[in-house]
Ligand binder design. Structure first.
Ligand SMILES: Cc1cc2nc3c(=O)[nH]c(=O)nc-3n(C[C@H](O)[C@H](O)[C@H](O)COP(=O)(O)O)c2cc1C
Length: 207
């Protein structure tokens, strides 16, 4: 049964006294690192916000959402702002090294990626990159549920202010979503609410 997926919900009130043990948190970071992406390009970075004063600012920029400061940990999911030939070449060289093959043997793969990138308008490319970043976010939320860790994805924040605060332009990325991680407060009133979901007949199409 999907007991853990019924257990999970988007936690709005965290217990600030409960901290995710370091080995559990490291495991969750590996979930992000191992997420799949189109062409394996991994067009993302994840900010681990460790400094309390930065979390206070991020709370301010997300309309005071208390999860941002009260959860055990806070991650910011970021998308690359560009993918160019140089980035693709780096990826090819990485594959060649890890798999012990020549860069030349990956020529067609490299060309395929380059062709895809140039076939996109800048807006299409930016949208495509951003879609990739939701894959690790989804995997994280599911994995947290398995491990009885609460997760709260948050898109409601002022992107320009967050990017400036975290120095993201220098990293070549922009912020897309936060994910607050920790343990629900005993009195979070959202915990008792029924999941609101369409019926299977509404979302699955048989052909
Ligand atoms: C990408 C994403 C962004 C979200 N942003 C916010 C947010 O800014 N604030 C918030 O309270 N909930 C946010 N949510 C939580 C959703 O409202 C929630 O997942 C949805 O209502 C279903 O409820 P459940 O997760 O408790 O089952 C977000 C969820 C996702 C997946």
């Amino acid at each position: 049964m999907n007991e853990h997926l019924h257990w999970r919900y988007t936690t709005k009130k965290f217990d600030p006294a409960r901290v995710i043990p370091p080995e559990e948190f490291s495991f969750l970071l590996e979930v992000l690192r191992l997420a799949p992406s189109s062409y394996g390009l991994q067009p993302w970075k994840f900010v681990i916000v460790r400094q309390p004063h930065i979390r206070e600012k991020l709370k301010e920029y997300s309309w005071g959402q208390s999860q941002v400061t009260e959860a055990s940990h806070l991650l910011v999911f970021c998308a690359r702002t560009r993918i160019d030939d140089q980035y693709i070449r780096k990826h090819i060289e990485h594959i060649a090294k890890i798999r012990n093959v020549s860069v030349d043997s990956l020529k067609n793969y490299e060309k395929g990626m380059q062709n895809f990138v140039v076939s996109q308008t800048p807006q299409e490319l930016a949208d495509w990159i951003k879609r990739q970043v939701y894959i690790p976010l989804g995997m994280l939320v599911a994995e947290c549920a398995h491990r009885k860790i609460d997760a709260s994805p948050i898109e409601g924040f002022e992107v320009a202010k967050v990017d400036a605060l975290l120095g993201l332009p220098d990293e070549g990325v922009t912020s897309l979503a936060f994910c607050a991680l920790g343990y629900r407060a005993a009195d979070d009133r959202y915990a008792g609410l029924q999941r609101v979901r369409f019926e299977a007949t509404d979302v699955f199409i048989d052909r």
